[in-house]
Design a protein. Structure first.
Length: 296
């Protein structure tokens, strides 16, 4: 049954267990589509996730494919699937059309994001007739009605926020107070960053919606360095040293599984409502971590 994600977390909390969710991205090739739909998703569905999400390409470049994959998962597996939606490259009317299409297909959850500009276009700029900030998109979706709205949180502060992480967190709290139903965090590798972020939001700013940590299992050293550069996350020195000492990607994958398992264990012990796994459309690491945690 397709549900609101806030309700899923409430049911899991009542049952005394964390919610487990997976993120996928729309592939760029037909071969990638086939692999995702016929191999990756069926394999990860065996772990019985509570919900999943599908990203929205830079500049909205994967809009149609995003909705199609969300629709396919919900119909084939009767599994709640959240669609990402960004402000980039769209007018208010175009966003309204996307939302109408999504709702007609049974979508009940949207992650509202400002979004990044298409690769190579430089600084982010608003589209004429569109929105400048994700807070505007949150308010727009709230006015549309019938949707559970998620927003992104940055445990180390957004890379573009020049006023510092506390200012970034205060803007995030305002989005929640204006209608966001839950927060999913950007990737991070030091749990202390998450704990500081969560405590500031809940104890200082009065945020009381689910704050869901997003965890990325490392698949390659080069790819991980690229990710953290793009999002502004930092890598603990011991983590960097360990990656540098590993002989190949196979060893990196195994270390990534081990590291993420320990990271998730500590997060779950601290009482997080669930874990959102950035799968990168791969099965092995996410499957191993979920099984290591005894949550399959």
């Amino acid at each position: 049954m397709i549900q609101h994600i806030h309700d899923i977390h409430e049911a899991c909390r009542s049952a005394g267990r964390p919610a487990i969710s997976f993120e996928f991205f729309p592939p760029k090739t037909d071969e990638g589509d086939k692999s995702l739909l016929e191999k990756t998703i069926p394999a990860l569905m065996q772990l019985n996730p509570d919900y999943c999400s599908v990203t929205y390409g830079a500049g909205g470049t994967t809009r149609d494919k995003t909705i199609q994959i969300v629709d396919r998962i919900q119909k084939d597996y009767d599994l709640t699937t959240m669609m990402h939606l960004t402000c980039v490259g769209s007018t208010r009317q175009e966003l309204a059309d996307v939302v109408a299409d999504a709702k007609a297909r049974g979508v009940k959850n949207i992650l509202a994001l400002r979004g990044d500009p298409p690769t190579g276009t430089g600084e982010w700029t608003a589209t004429e007739g569109g929105f400048t900030y994700s807070s505007e998109l949150v308010a727009f979706l709230r006015a549309e009605g019938g949707l559970n709205i998620g927003t992104a949180g940055f445990p180390e502060g957004h890379i573009a926020q020049t006023l510092g992480k506390h200012a970034d967190w205060e803007f995030l709290a305002q989005k929640v107070h204006n209608g966001a139903d839950f927060i999913v965090t950007q990737l991070f590798f030091d749990n202390e960053d998450f704990f500081e972020f969560r405590d500031y939001l809940t104890k200082k700013l009065g945020v009381n919606v689910p704050i869901i940590p997003g965890v990325l299992p490392v698949l390659s050293a080069k790819q991980t360095l690229k990710f953290v550069e793009l999002c502004g996350a930092k890598l603990p020195p011991s983590f960097v040293s360990k990656l540098a000492s590993l002989p190949d990607d196979e060893a990196v994958i195994e270390y990534g599984i081990e590291y993420a398992t320990r990271q998730c264990e500590a997060l779950l012990k601290s009482g997080v409502p669930g874990i959102h796994f950035y799968t990168l459309n791969k099965v092995r690491s996410t499957e191993a971590i979920v099984r290591n945690l005894g949550l399959a």
